[in-house]
Design a protein around this ligand. Structure first.
Ligand code: FAD
Length: 439
């Protein structure tokens, strides 16, 4: 046991976790059994980059998987890599890029573990082309407290395979995983940027350009009101065909400590968003950029989550299915702008229709909106109920990996497969999220 306590990325809700570090796969069965005996239940924990309470154990005692960080095997002619579950995406990129391979799907941070990205079945800027991370998982080793070790794939233990991808760490401990990487010719990105003035312009740009590019995402000015609602900056990109295959380690800055109050307010948010939008070129512009800044801009500022102060923050990420997407996103942005809350980082992205093998995967064909809010009692009293009603009405759903407030009713309605996960849940594993939304 370590003296330091772990939290989730949003620092909310505040349930510090006591970590039990896993260093050797051979020790895991005993560790799992003893944690169950001593604490009732536990939960695997990777880098804690989930925002809310899905990575917090109901017992507040977690199995810290990060020290399980060894590579097991690699076939560099086929891009097939096998590694322990605590290996991070950063560590995978360090060995894969020089050999001409990249992650098939990556979230907006590389400081996440292989086990964590499978358990949340993460999506990236290429969901419309590659679906979620789970589609690129060939096999994994799952340790259960009741039946021991299983090897799971689409054909071996297929039920556990489907339940564990996006299974929120509840169906067993992923000990290792074998994944299929994506071939790249060079590590730099040819990117395209274009500012848009309205939500209709976003949908037009996305319809024109998403199909032509591997990676697409938009920043949205969440403080814009009236006719400017939905304005933002569209970015697309593709790996270059020629150039170096080189890992990048840009210089990092750090927020050294948590300030007593959040570092921004309603006025600075509006001023920043206005200036950021105006800085982007109005005409379509191309550039050759490094992959690190393109995929992981926030990783350049260590501990950026501290800017929200000691109360932390919540991310609101929802997906609105296609036919309702425009009206639903407009209603959400209007409500957020009126509230004066919101963040510098509001992200809009259209998801494709490639189905995940996982039962609880978040994306749906439609549009996803994600933004951060400094924690305040007002969120759950006023703003979130109004946003939730819009999402519910449009047949959408919220992302458990980012959630700290969704009602059990909304979760069970929008993830009808939750009962199958509950039936396959390892009796030794329980999260605060699962307890909140299912019990
Ligand atoms: C800046 C930033 C950008 C992000 N961008 C995106 C994005 O674009 N798309 C997206 O989908 N997500 C995104 N996320 C969320 C993040 O990718 C996911 O929450 C990811 O799963 C976190 O991985 P982790 O290793 O930190 O896992 P944790 O947060 O520690 O845990 C996540 C879940 O995995 C389970 N788990 C961890 N290890 C294991 C294991 N070995 N076996 C079984 N279960 C395990 C945990 O129990 C928990 O349920 C972002 C997060 C941040 C901070």
């Amino acid at each position: 046991m370590s003296a330091c306590r772990l939290r989730s990325w949003g620092n909310y809700p505040d349930f510090p976790q006591t970590p039990f570090a896993c260093h050797w796969r051979s020790e895991l069965p005993d560790q799992l059994a003893s944690l169950r005996a001593e604490s009732g239940s536990t939960l695997p924990y990777g880098m804690g980059r989930s925002y809310g309470d899905s990575c917090l154990a109901a017992s507040d005692h977690v199995l810290h998987m990060r020290p399980l960080d060894r590579f097991i095997s690699a076939d560099w002619s086929a891009g097939i890599l096998s590694a322990e579950a605590g290996v991070t995406l950063e560590e995978i990129l360090a060995v894969a890029i020089p050999r001409g391979w990249f992650l098939p799907v990556t979230p907006g941070t590389k400081y996440v573990t292989l086990g964590g990205v499978i358990a949340n079945d993460v999506h990236g800027k290429n969901h419309h082309r590659k679906g979620t991370f789970g589609r690129h998982v060939r096999r994994f080793g799952l340790l259960r407290s009741d039946v021991g070790r299983l090897t799971c794939s689409a054909v071996e233990q297929p039920e556990f395979f489907a339940a564990t991808i996006g299974g929120l760490g509840l169906t067993g401990v992923i000990e290792w995983a074998e994944i299929q990487l994506m071939r790249i010719g060079a590590s730099r990105i040819r990117s395209l940027t274009q500012r848009f003035n309205t939500l209709d312009e976003f949908f037009a740009l996305s319809s024109e350009l998403d199909a032509r590019h591997e990676f697409c995402v938009s920043w949205i000015d969440c403080s814009a009101t009236g006719s400017t609602i939905g304005r933002g900056i569209y970015t697309a990109g593709d790996f270059s065909d020629e150039g170096p295959l080189a890992t990048e380690s840009p210089q990092k800055r750090s927020i050294p400590l948590t300030p007593p109050i959040p570092l921004f307010n309603r006025l600075s948010l509006k001023v920043f968003n206005e200036a950021y939008w105006r800085r982007a070129p109005a005409a379509r512009t191309s550039a050759d950029v490094g992959y690190d800044g393109f995929f992981y801009p926030l990783d350049a500022i260590r501990h950026w989550n501290r800017i929200y102060g000691p109360k932390g923050f919540q991310q609101y990420q929802c997906v609105i299915p296609e036919p309702e997407a425009r009206a639903g996103v407009h209603a959400l942005l209007e409500t957020i702008a009126k509230s004066g809350a919101g963040s510098f980082l509001a992200v809009l992205k259209r998801c494709g229709d490639i189905a995940s093998p996982g039962l609880l995967s978040f994306p749906l064909p439609g549009t996803t909106l994600a933004l951060d809010f400094p924690q305040s009692a007002q969120l759950e009293a006023n703003l979130f109920p109004r946003l939730d009603a819009i999402v519910r009405e449009a047949g959408g759903r919220l992302y458990p990996a980012k959630d700290a407030h969704m009602s059990g009713e909304d979760f069970r309605r929008s993830y009808p497969e939750w009962r199958r996960i509950e039936a396959l849940r390892d009796p030794a594993l329980l999260s605060r999220f699962w307890q909140r939304v299912t019990q």
